[in-house]
Design a protein around this ligand. Structure first.
Ligand SMILES: *[C@@H]1O[C@H](CO)[C@@H](O)[C@H](O)[C@H]1NC(C)=O
Ligand SMILES: *[C@@H]1O[C@H](CO)[C@@H](O)[C@H](O)[C@H]1NC(C)=O
Ligand SMILES: *[C@@H]1O[C@H](CO)[C@@H](O)[C@H](O)[C@H]1NC(C)=O
Length: 490
């Protein structure tokens, strides 16, 4: 079996004898008749001129490039990612990121997690940046998560905020890659909420009965608590598992928030055609990509805590009745719910089964998952495939919300792959592997796309005020701890 590192050589060298590929093409070209050459030269010249002409007009039409160029000159500060702001929400005028970070220190946790206005984005094209919330634990998850972040920045057409709940090793891995980014075309802000392991365990203990035997462990259950760790100023966020990457503009996913019913707080793909009794049917959803209305989850007080119980303030947490309705009473010995096989997904299933109004389906466009047999038979292929033919070749959609409809892949998810890092799976160098046939080139392209190529704003774009800022929110606290501090509950 080929090793995981030699695919580049074998894949790219084939068919060109000893010549590098471009040279063998050049050789073929020189043998062609004169007319073909002339037409080709003309085509090449046009190919260069048309985009230049187009770009010129685009700018004069007042599109994105120009809006950004209208920023006041004092924003043209060279960025320095090493100048880290340990604070959320201090990008207000007159408080520039390049001031000593120390000035933000006195009230970090109060400001960070209770009140301030969200940071401004330089372009102000929309009121909100595209906002993500990730849980990234340990280096391998961070290396995968960094690829996910890279793909977001490859395709996003607006400023991006990324909130990362993590441990120290994951933060260091992620920062090592982010530091290569110094001239993004749109502003990027990354917020790290570093949590000690014990603090997660303590929060789960304050709920009292939740627990998992799933491989993702307690860190996996943090997905249930994103709304408690991110500050209240962050009202909506897209969650994605780390073993996934975008192949389209994440703004399209962000825009889905505008289409939701007023009561909806949780949006994820559903599979009504599945259902395993031993999992309480929790395989009918995938908690691998979720739109969270964080504000609503805070308002319903999703996950209970001893602190809330003792405060006895008249607000009932949702988790005890929802979880008992699905899993029964906690075990009298352990105090935990039994048979929670799918980690956080089991709990989400209990929550939306208990209160279906909170939930809406998310299109499979965002869940092309390697766990599903043949990824609905969607594959890279003939670029002139018609919609009609594509529809005929789709598989496994009957009985789902997508029966008889196209699935347009926008986010690829490589779960159920038995290696630490999915892109190191030996199957990616095995031409007979169906998953490799379907998506192998996409994995390689996104894996090897260089971070420095995201430094897209050139001097000519006059867009050098767009920058990356890295914020560390320390210490990161859960909402129930903030509640205790605020109300002086013992
Ligand atoms: C980064 O951009 C923000 C928003 O435009 C701005 O307030 C801040 O001063 C910039 N920071 C640096 C270091 O350039
Ligand atoms: C799966 O897709 C391929 C390529 O699009 C197609 O040739 C094949 O017929 C499809 N398989 C089924 C069972 O429809
Ligand atoms: C870019 O900015 C510089 C300095 O602010 C200005 O002199 C120049 O005219 C701008 N160029 C374009 C193409 O807008």
């Amino acid at each position: 079996m080929p090793s995981s590192t030699d695919y580049g050589d074998t894949a790219y060298r084939s068919g060109s004898q000893n010549l590098p590929r471009w040279r063998s093409h050049a050789k073929d070209f020189s043998r062609r008749p004169l007319l073909v050459k002339q037409v080709t030269y003309l085509a090449i010249v046009l190919a260069f001129i048309l985009p230049l002409w187009y770009f010129h007009h685009l700018r004069r039409d007042g599109s994105v490039a120009q809006i950004i160029a209208e920023q006041p000159p004092e924003d043209l500060v060279a960025l320095d990612v090493h100048n880290i702001i340990p604070h959320y929400g201090h990008n207000s005028p007159g408080h520039h990121a390049n001031k000593p970070a120390v000035s933000a220190l006195p009230s970090i946790q109060e400001d960070a997690q209770t009140s301030p206005a969200p940071p401004l984005t330089s372009s102000q094209v929309t009121s909100d940046p595209i906002t993500f919330a990730f849980v990234i634990w340990e280096p391998s998850s961070a290396i995968e998560g960094a690829l996910l972040i890279k793909s977001i920045l490859m395709y996003a057409s607006e400023p991006v905020h990324i909130h990362i709940i993590c441990d120290e090793s994951a933060r260091l891995e992620a920062e090592a890659r982010l530091e290569l980014l110094n001239h993004p075309f749109y502003d990027v802000a990354v917020f790290f909420y570093q949590l000690p392991w014990q603090s997660i365990q303590d929060r789960l203990d304050r709920e009292g009965s939740i627990w998992t035997s799933h491989s993702a462990g307690a860190a996996g259950l943090l997905k249930l608590l994103v709304h408690e760790i991110l500050p209240e100023t962050v009202k909506k966020a897209i969650y994605v598992d780390t073993d996934a990457f975008f192949i389209s503009n994440p703004l399209l996913l962000w825009k889905q928030f505008d289409t939701l019913k007023p009561e909806t707080a949780i949006v994820m793909p559903s599979h009504p055609n599945l259902g395993a009794a031993e999992w309480h049917n929790a395989d009918r959803i995938c908690s691998c990509v979720i739109l969270f209305d964080l504000e609503k989850l805070r308002n319903i007080r999703l996950i209970d805590s001893q602190i809330y119980r003792e405060a006895n303030d008249g607000v009932n947490s949702m988790s005890p009745p929802a979880f008992r309705a699905m899993f029964g009473e906690p075990d009298s010995q352990t105090g935990h719910y039994e048979n929670i096989m799918l980690g956080d997904q089991s709990y989400w299933w209990a929550i939306i089964s208990y209160q279906p109004d909170l939930y809406e389906h998310l299109s499979y466009d965002w869940e092309i998952s390697s766990c599903l047999v043949n990824t609905y038979n969607i594959t890279l292929g003939d670029d002139m495939t018609t919609e009609e033919d594509e529809l005929k070749s789709l598989q496994h959609t009957p009985g789902t919300p997508h029966e008889g409809k196209l699935v347009i892949p926008k986010l690829l998810h490589f779960n159920c792959i038995p290696t630490d890092l999915y892109f190191e799976w030996p199957g990616w160098s095995d031409p007979s592997e169906p998953l490799n046939q379907h998506w192998g080139p996409a994995v390689k392209y996104h894996q090897h796309y260089k971070w420095i190529w995201l430094n897209r704003a050139t001097d000519r774009d006059n867009n050098s005020q767009a920058n990356l800022t890295i914020h560390r929110v320390e210490p990161a606290l859960f909402a129930d701890e903030i509640y205790r501090n605020k109300h002086r509950v013992q």
